[in-house]
Design a protein around this ligand. Structure first.
Ligand SMILES: [Zn+2]
Length: 463
């Protein structure tokens, strides 16, 4: 019996990874902070204009409060229940006043260029709160991923003084309360809008948050019929010696490599396959975008191929097809972004002249197909020069000035064959010239008018 108990304890130790947070008193005290409020609207950029951020955070927070309150062993508070203006310091002071074990600040995101999408959790940079935040964030982000959201990660951000950049985390840390910011999704981006467009969506996020917190804290609820006491929290085997997790570090450096080269050009369709090689030696690459007009405008942002936040992996070399039909002077460049939104620009590919598309001749050839341009070029040398000047690279010439139709191709092999034929011709000519002069000399010397000989055998010469 004793052995069984011991085995049971041992098993629990091995299979349920250690939780880094323990309640300060009897049971956990959790504070929910609905972001913004009062004259602080938060983001007003909701794509459909349905909400201000302060309204969204309240709907989500109330659902979070209701759901988390169904669990045993936890007392739940909210920093505000109405449209009150509260400073970040006041929110942190409230959390400290109720002896909170942890504070969860509820937010929705938007970006300056409305091009970002996905969910992220900001965590404290200080030990041990850093690990508390990270361990919760991994549970929360996994739930977000299961819901279909793009994962922007668990992250820290520091100000110039080396303190936590975000006020709520900084103020709460100063008062001994670990706090995290949950940025559920981007309200100003089409990729995310489906997750935050109705009250029901916003309440669903609150239930998801409560479930993640319950799993993280190992709570159980007889009302809900769930027991997360054996839930395996994310183990921190990869933690640095000081208890921090390297993936959460913000190195404040740009990605290291972003290089592009043309892989394949289809003159008929205008499809150009670009080979992209990118790397970031410190952080995970997350998005990329590209320009076909030399950087004046860019595509929407796209997830890096193979991006997997949880396995910390990404495909660092990939092919991407862009259609450039109708673009007479394409200038292509790519940009890659890491999870801290640091960016690296690629080299620039000036593709005008590297190929031509059907119907995109310029100048006097405007509207003509490639075939028509080449057919005309074959007619006159003068015309060739004009076309070559207008659309450099459209026409290709052999070393002898002969126009080469790119459709038939002119390869190194063709070139070598021509060289071989020329060399053979030179040798044969030289042989006959030698032979003829020899014959002439013999004729002169001997005075013989005609003779018969076989060039293949000296023995058969007859005089
Ligand atoms: Zn906010």
């Amino acid at each position: 019996m004793l052995l069984l108990l011991w085995l049971g304890a041992f098993k629990l130790d091995v299979y349920a990874a250690p939780r880094l947070i323990n309640p300060k008193g009897d049971g956990f005290v959790i504070v929910i902070d609905p972001g913004h409020g009062g004259d602080n609207n938060g983001t007003e950029g909701h794509l459909n204009g349905s909400y201000l951020e302060k309204q969204m955070t309240m709907i989500t927070s109330q659902a979070l409060y209701d759901e988390l309150s169904k669990y045993e062993g936890v007392t739940v508070y909210m920093t505000r229940n109405n449209d009150a203006s509260l400073s970040l310091k006041e929110r942190a002071e409230f959390a400290a006043s109720v002896n909170a074990d942890m504070m969860f600040s509820v937010h929705y995101n938007a970006s300056v260029n409305h091009d970002l999408f996905g969910a992220e959790v900001w965590v404290p940079s200080d030990t041990p709160y850093h690990a508390h935040g990270y361990q919760f964030a991994m549970v929360e982000l996994q739930s977000f991923k299961d819901k279909g959201l793009f994962i922007r990660g668990a992250k820290t951000k520091l100000n110039d003084a080396g303190e936590n950049y975000y006020g709520i985390i900084r103020e709460a840390t100063a008062l001994g309360v670990p706090a995290v910011i949950i940025e559920h999704c981007h309200v100003d981006n089409a990729v995310d809008i489906g997750y935050c467009d109705t009250d029901e969506d916003l309440r669903a996020f609150g239930v998801l948050d409560a479930t993640s917190i319950a799993k993280y804290l190992g709570l159980k609820s007889s009302a809900l019929g769930v027991d997360y006491s054996a839930y395996a929290a994310k183990d921190l085997a990869s933690a640095e010696p000081d208890g921090r997790i390297s993936l959460v570090f913000n190195t404040y450096t740009d990605p290291d490599v972003c290089e592009i080269s043309p892989e394949e050009v289809n003159n008929e369709t205008g499809d150009v396959v670009i080979n992209v090689t990118a790397a970031d030696y410190d952080d995970l690459l997350m998005y990329f975008d590209y320009s076909t007009d030399g950087g004046e405008t860019f595509s929407e942002r796209l997830p890096m191929p193979g991006y997997d936040y949880f396995n910390k992996s990404v495909q660092d070399s990939f092919e991407y097809t862009i259609n450039l039909q109708g673009n007479n002077e394409p200038v292509v460049m790519f940009r890659v972004y890491n999870i801290f939104d640091r960016m690296k620009e690629s080299n620039v590919l000036e593709l005008a002249g590297a190929f031509s598309f059907a119907g995109n001749g310029t100048g006097e050839n405007a509207g003509k197909t490639r075939e028509e341009i080449i057919a005309e070029a074959k007619e006159s040398k003068n015309k060739r020069q004009i076309i070559e000047k207008e659309i450099p690279g459209t026409l290709t010439f052999a070393p002898n000035g002969e126009l080469i139709d790119e459709d038939t191709g002119f390869s190194l092999k063709d070139f070598l064959i021509i060289v071989l034929i020329l060399v053979t011709l030179v040798f044969v000519t030289a042989f006959f010239v030698q032979l003829f002069s020899y014959k002439k000399r013999r004729k002169k010397r001997r005075g013989i008018k005609s003779y018969d000989y076989d060039i293949y055998s000296k023995d058969n010469y007859h005089y």
